[in-house]
Design a protein around this ligand. Structure first.
Ligand code: ATP
Length: 135
């Protein structure tokens, strides 16, 4: 299958650079798949699983929490706010974060802002657990 160049970075640095067959991730408007020869394109990313098919056909999964992806002249660049490869996700930590967020959301005296923060934490934990198939 035809490949294209992909870099993945966070504000902390470059996490991946290489040839890939496909990138699937969650944009702010829905799920997205990029293959070689995709037209020039740029979008903001939401929270979700990201699935990278490498040039040898193997797949690497990750939790991607926001950012942006561009495809320019056949090269893709994904800059994530937070990115964890599947093997680096700490399941117990994500379960604890989920529980804390659910307990917080059960408090009816939360302000709108506090509820939004707790909901965002819950969403991040759910993404991490879904990438680990722990939902
Ligand atoms: P927690 O309450 O456990 O800190 P969080 O959703 O508030 O969860 P973030 O603010 O999204 O955490 O992330 C802070 C840092 O911790 C980031 O570098 C992120 O990659 C890392 N991180 C958060 N949760 C996990 C996890 N379950 N496994 C591995 N790394 C994690």
């Amino acid at each position: 299958m035809k490949t294209f160049s992909l870099t993945i970075g966070t504000p902390d640095g470059l996490l991946f650079s290489g040839e890939v067959e496909r990138v699937m991730c969650r944009s702010i408007t829905g799920d997205l798949a990029i293959l070689a020869d995709h037209c020039n394109f740029c979008t903001a990313l939401g929270m979700g699983g990201a699935y990278i098919r490498l040039e040898d056909g193997t797949q690497r999964d990750a939790a991607c929490i926001g950012g942006m992806i561009t495809m320019m002249d056949g090269k893709a660049h994904l800059l994530a706010t937070t990115w964890e490869w599947e093997e680096d996700i700490d399941v117990e930590r994500a379960k604890a974060a989920k529980e804390r967020a659910e307990q917080r959301l059960a408090d009816s005296s939360l302000s709108e802002k506090e509820a939004a923060i707790a909901q965002a934490k819950l969403n991040r934990a759910l993404v991490r657990l879904s990438v680990k198939n722990q939902l």
